[in-house]
Design a binder for this molecule. Structure first.
Ligand SMILES: [Zn+2]
Length: 270
């Protein structure tokens, strides 16, 4: 089955991963900006990273026939450096109109600190000003519920960011309702150990339905599996769900969310 991986950090993966993904039906990936494995020291470091995301990475994906989309921001892990964060936020407009850029992300909270909240709000100001989509990272494990609550509260204060243009990612059983009841899109991350397994993601779909929800692999530096969306497809089939329902979650929903960005265009295979 054709699928889109709406959140995967391909910069940290190999070309062989693209090949495996394509063999399993991947037609497109969306890559949020995130951490490089170390804290970058200057705005130039980010400028080079954005050049990589909007240039070479798109080309490398193309070698395997995968369409590559991306998001721009400084991630929450590096938000403690507020002055650098502000320089990066100021620089984002240089790249925002490049082909395949979908919006601002993945922004959010990591340890739920004051500086993270400040930098999160300043990214939201930029997204509102430029009328861009927003992709949001929620914290891990014990910080998740509190962080998601804080994020939803900050988003609800705003009238300039419609909830249907915002996706709250890495939701789990205890945060999915917070995102959905407030009208946001949400993403479930399929990780081998933490976050959701394919079976837990299938349980969540069965319980909360298939509207405004996507699944992703988040493939990154740590233990992660860039072909976990196909594992979810198999799990849904094993439970007897229709092909149409599965396709909605793994293909049509990302298409609908991303389709709100004028720069998003999926190339149909011949
Ligand atoms: Zn991520």
């Amino acid at each position: 089955m054709e699928f889109i991986d709406p959140h995967v950090h391909m910069v940290s993966r190999t070309t062989d991963d693209y090949e495996r993904m394509v063999r399993m039906g991947c037609v497109a990936v969306s890559e949020p900006a995130f951490w490089a494995g170390y804290d970058r020291g200057t705005v130039e470091g980010f400028r080079d990273y954005f050049r990589q995301l909007t240039g070479f990475e798109k080309k490398r994906a193309g070698w395997s026939g995968v369409q590559h989309f991306t998001w721009l921001c400084i991630n929450a892990k590096e938000a403690e450096n507020v002055s650098l964060s502000r320089e990066v936020i100021q620089m984002i407009p240089e790249f925002i109109n490049e082909t395949g850029v979908l919006g601002i992300g993945e922004i959010g909270l990591n340890k739920n600190t004051k500086n993270e909240s400040l930098v999160f709000r300043e990214h939201l100001d930029l997204a509102a000003k430029l009328k861009e989509l927003v992709l949001i990272h929620t914290p891990h494990l014990q910080d998740k519920y509190k962080g998601t609550r804080m994020i939803v509260d900050m988003l609800k204060e705003r009238t300039d960011l419609p909830p249907e243009r915002v996706c709250i990612d890495h939701v789990e059983e205890h945060t999915v309702r917070l995102a959905r009841e407030n009208g946001f899109w949400c993403g479930m991350t399929l990780y081998p150990t933490t976050k959701c397994t394919p079976a837990r993601a299938a349980d969540i779909i069965e319980r909360y339905g298939d509207e405004r929800i996507m699944v992703n692999s988040a493939g990154d530096w740590g233990p992660s599996n860039p072909v976990s969306v196909p594992d979810f497809i198999q799990e849904m089939r094993r439970r007897g769900h229709s092909e149409a329902k599965i396709r909605k979650v793994v293909y049509e929903n990302p298409l609908e969310f991303f389709g709100q960005c004028q720069r998003f265009k999926i190339e149909k295979r011949k």
